[in-house]
Design a protein around this ligand. Structure first.
Ligand code: DP6
Length: 367
């Protein structure tokens, strides 16, 4: 979603403002490990589902004005530094592609060459806990790139924008599309063939209901970035996973999604989450993202699925203890909620903090 506005001030100065909104995405075949840290090039393809923007999303307002003397950014109301390479890489790549903007009635005329000397202010809000393993960087960096591209009238398509968002945070490249999305790892050294593509759109397989069981909204101890660096350096299981397991799983997962084959989808999703956490344990020193409550959720779902003739729910955990539970339909989602409330009764010292429920959905673009 993007809204554009401009304010003309008395001193013939002006402000051009764009607001964008981007949902987060949850990987069902995980990205874990980079072959190039600076360009953010992964060691395997990954597949994710983009969530409903009403529940887990970032809203970013970007503004440009000749009155601004430097680039600045605020996250959830607090100013943060833009000095890091990741922000700078995204800003540079978007600025490079900026084109002319003319809004006669508002007195705004920006030529392509002017963008080099103009500064931006960025205000970003997450409607969910930051860095708690709920893929906040995915929504955040995707939204930053999307909104800046609108502000600077960048003409690139979503695939090219996804390659820019990738340089902000790997998983961000998948949030530029709705539905199921694949990040193709690419083979080139410059990263030109490492970008996201849509596998199926947001209308495909809309029976699925996604619930997030928030076990903890605390910031994780080991960030994804440093965790995957340590795994690449020390885990033999990760090498085997990237080279032997994931290439086959990606093909099977694409088939399962296209055919709406829930049993295969659930089997692959759970197996991939478990293998990702096994590579974390295989890292030296070992990384623990899940906790006892996460393990209890896995047991509950596994037992339930085995008791039915066909699986009802898939689980997946990113770099944190929170469970993402994908129910095959609304009936299974209702039963899942009932079971969760039974095993984790709400109360002052409850193991589960809350649930977020939502359909999978699309990045909305009103622009
Ligand atoms: C476990 O995209 O946060 O969520 O590229 O270093 O910013 P950087 O890492 P990030 O890693 C996400 C890892 C994951 C799996 C996934 O989303 O595929």
């Amino acid at each position: 979603m993007a809204e554009e506005a401009a304010v003309v001030t008395a001193e013939k100065s002006w402000v051009r403002i764009v607001t964008g909104q981007t949902p987060t995405n949850i990987a069902v075949i995980k990205y874990w490990g980079k072959r190039d840290e600076n360009l953010i090039l992964p060691i395997n393809d990954s597949i994710s589902v983009t969530l409903d923007p009403n529940h887990l999303c970032t809203t970013t307002t970007v503004a440009v004005s000749p009155a601004f003397d430097k680039d600045r950014m605020w996250l959830n109301g607090k100013e943060i530094s833009l000095a890091g390479d990741r922000f700078q890489n995204c800003l540079r790549e978007i600025r490079k592609r900026a084109t002319d903007v003319e809004e006669e009635e508002k007195g705004i005329k920006i030529a392509k060459k002017d963008w080099e000397n103009l500064h931006v202010h960025i205000a970003s809000y997450n409607n969910f806990p930051t860095a708690a393993g709920l893929a906040s960087s995915a929504a955040g960096l995707a939204c930053l790139v999307f909104s800046l591209a609108r502000l600077m009238n960048v003409k690139e398509d979503q695939g090219q924008l996804s390659a820019i968002a990738r340089q902000g945070s790997g998983s961000a490249c998948r949030s530029l599309y709705g539905g199921f999305v694949k990040w193709i790892m690419g083979k080139s050294e410059d990263g030109s063939d490492s970008f996201a593509v849509q596998v199926t759109d947001e209308k495909h397989w809309d029976d699925l209901v996604i619930l997030i069981a928030v076990v903890s909204s605390q910031q994780k101890e080991t960030s994804s970035t440093s965790g995957m660096r340590e795994s690449v350096e020390t885990s033999l299981l990760l090498k085997h996973r990237a080279q032997e397991i994931v290439p086959k799983r990606i093909l099977q997962m694409e088939e399962a999604i296209k055919n709406k084959d829930f049993p295969s989808f659930a089997r692959l999703t759970c197996a991939d989450s478990n293998q990702f956490h096994a590579t974390c344990l295989d890292t030296t020193p070992p990384i623990f993202y899940m906790n006892d409550t996460s393990h209890k959720i896995i047991s509950i779902v596994e037992k339930w699925n085995r008791a039915e003739t066909t699986p009802q729910v898939a689980y997946t955990f990113d770099a944190g203890p929170n469970a993402v539970l994908i129910a095959r339909d609304r009936k299974a989602a209702t039963q899942l909620l009932q079971r969760m409330l039974y095993y984790f009764p709400p109360g002052a010292d409850a193991d589960l903090n809350s649930f977020v429920v939502g359909d999978k959905s699309i990045l909305q673009d009103a622009g």
